[in-house]
Write a protein that binds this ligand. Structure first.
Ligand code: NAP
Ligand code: NAG
Ligand code: NAG
Ligand code: NAG
Ligand code: NAG
Ligand code: NAG
Length: 362
């Protein structure tokens, strides 16, 4: 028994990147120093995050606006946006009740959830509020439900297009403090992070006054990260699973060319046929059943409707266990080299994880 407990502490210490010092703090390593402050806001609004949302990366121009309208018509109540997607003005055309572009009016604002993200070039505290103001103005809404720090990396502002220079003088905590002020200003109900390593998240949790509501990161059947997902649940941080359909995003197609597109994977095709649903529905249903929020992107009305049908699919415990054996530990989205920074430290297929991925050998 003591041996088992010791191993668990050791493993979780390694995994979470926490020094292995026996102390009171170690028992609750990620407990914030002050009690989690609930967010006060003036909005007549009590929606918690819906378990499925519409992703908006790579949805261009009018396609993005139409996708939002299809999603509302189908019954979606959650959009995953970002300044960096370059389409918030188009998304806003479908959120503005008075828009002449949109065919059907949007639901009342308090009935749907909007997440957006602060881009890396606006991490300086003096730039954070203006970045959110721009997003709100583009989206034609008065407040966000959730504002995420898109990456744990600050870029110098005002660089030539396409040029990225890391800003060594702005820390994650500097930016986080400025994001907390946005909650105080009632411009967003919650704040959170995206693409953080355990060590980076620990840093925020140790010092936050208003603590992260959610962490959005890549996770799907080919990169399950079950221990990391479980850790968030234990700490009341919602996991938003991005790229929930794994390598279906065409920008990922060259990363592990030997890996089947997830929707053509024989295991998943078999499971979907057993459950009498489509492969996308099976994959998304697994994401929801394991407690993550899934945000599949599509610009096609029939797929947007299909993906919502994942809410009707449930798996047995045995099926959930079988799915766990299908992990490939393969990460598709990692700009670490291009940016010259370490990312995903300690996580599967991130830096300092000496576990070769199944498809990365040779
Ligand atoms: N925080 C971050 O750093 C970050 C990073 C990546 C993604 N995200 C968020 O997560 C969202 C989802 O991730 P993602 O866009 O990378 O990938 P995804 O949602 O896993 O997959 C999207 C791809 O799958 C296709 N697709 C969707 N539903 C389908 C279906 N039922 N059948 C067949 N194909 C289907 C889409 O095509 P069509 O559009 O042509 O239908 C698109 O090419 C993003 O849009 C973004 O909002 C966040
Ligand atoms: C935010 O909303 C709260 C609750 O309604 C209110 O007390 C506070 O004055 C508002 N703050 C700002 C800056 O508007
Ligand atoms: C949340 O809002 C709905 C609709 O306004 C209301 O019916 C419900 O009682 C509210 N719940 C809480 C916990 O305030
Ligand atoms: C998570 O929430 C539960 C129930 O509200 C609470 O008992 C627990 O202390 C919370 N844990 C953390 C780490 O905040
Ligand atoms: C399978 O799903 C289809 C379409 O959703 C439905 O028409 C059919 O009745 C289902 N069959 C079974 C055996 O549940
Ligand atoms: C779930 O299944 C029911 C019964 O077949 C159907 O009426 C409903 O539209 C489905 N829900 C979704 C979101 O597809």
């Amino acid at each position: 028994m003591p041996l088992v407990a010791g191993v668990v502490v050791l493993l979780s210490s390694l995994f979470l990147g926490i020094p292995m010092v026996v102390s009171a703090e170690q028992q609750t390593p990620f407990q914030p120093s002050s009690p989690r402050q609930s967010n006060h806001h003036s909005h007549n609004h009590n929606l918690s995050i819906p378990s499925i949302g519409l992703g908006l990366w790579n949805s261009k121009g009018d396609d993005a606006a139409h996708a939002v309208t299809y999603a509302f018509d189908a019954g979606y109540k959650h959009l995953d946006s970002a300044a960096a997607y370059g389409n918030e003005e188009y998304v806003g055309r479908s959120l503005s009740p008075s828009s002449k572009h949109s065919h059907s009016p949007p639901p009342p604002r308090h009935k749907y959830w909007v997440t957006s993200k602060l881009w890396n070039d606006a991490h300086r505290p003096s730039l954070v509020a203006a970045a959110l103001d721009k997003t709100l103005s583009d989206l034609s809404i008065a407040y966000l439900d959730l504002y995420l720090m898109h990456w744990p990396v600050a870029f110098l502002p005002d660089q030539a297009p396409g040029r990225t220079v890391v800003d060594q003088d702005t820390t994650i905590l500097d930016t986080w403090r400025a994001m907390e002020d946005l909650v105080r200003a009632n411009k967003t109900r919650y704040v959170g992070v995206s693409n953080f390593s355990p060590r980076q998240l620990d840093q925020v949790l140790k010092h936050c006054d208003i603590c992260p509501y959610a962490h959005e990161f890549e996770t799907h059947p080919y990169l399950q990260q079950q221990d990391f997902v479980d850790w968030h649940a234990d700490n009341n941080i919602t996991v938003i699973a991005y790229s929930p359909l794994a390598n279906m995003n065409p920008t990922y197609k060259d990363k592990y060319p030997k890996l089947d597109p997830l929707l053509e994977d024989d295991f998943w095709k078999g499971l979907a046929s057993k459950k009498n649903c489509t492969v996308a529905q099976a994959v998304l249903a697994w994401g929801i059943q394991r407690g993550t929020v899934v945000i599949p992107k599509s610009v096609h009305e029939e797929r947007i409707i299909e993906n919502l049908g994942s809410l009707n699919v449930t798996f047995s415990k045995d099926e959930m266990r079988e799915i766990q054996t299908q992990d490939k530990r393969s990460r598709f989205n990692n700009p670490s080299k291009g940016w010259g920074v370490e990312l995903f430290e300690g996580l599967d297929d991130g830096s300092n994880r000496f576990l070769a991925t199944k498809y990365d050998l040779r």
